[in-house]
Design a protein around this ligand. Sequence first.
Ligand SMILES: [Fe+2]
Length: 185
Amino acid sequence: MTTLTIYPDKDPAHPDVVTSDPAEITALLDKVGVHYERWKADAVLAPDASHADILAAYKTEIDRLSSAAGYQSVDVIRITPDNPNKDALRTKFLDEHTHDEDEVRFFVEGSGAFYLHLGDKVYQVVCTRDDLLSVPAGTLHWFDMGPEPFFTAVRLFISPDGWVANFTGDKISSSIPRFGEKVAA
Ligand SMILES: [Fe+2]
């Protein structure tokens, strides 16, 4: 289930907001300049759908967003729990960073959590199937795919070559509850 949790960055044990209402999530993210929407596939996707099938199924939405925001390229990423590099993949974007362009992800299956550090709050957005989230360029954030990662996502880029992480060195991500891990009692 898609969930937005807003944590005070200095007091993550006491979230201000926890909601799974899509309209409320959209409104709360819009208020801080973060674009979120839900897409529906034009066609039913088979469980073994290829990357090309996935892009074809969402072509209308991908084309609409690309022409509106100037995204030049698109690809599909799929990570499953049997991936031998899952720990390294999870760690890669687990510390606070920014990008020089928007980080745009549309979830086709599975789930993953974006954490947006906005002022003195951290917005955790657990994205699931049909969620499109665009993290604006320059926004402090990190991404947690969890210890048993499972998701397929469409990625939209202005320039994939330029899509690199600029790490801030701030260790805040380790103080906010991780995605998919049991919280110690
Ligand atoms: Fe990122």
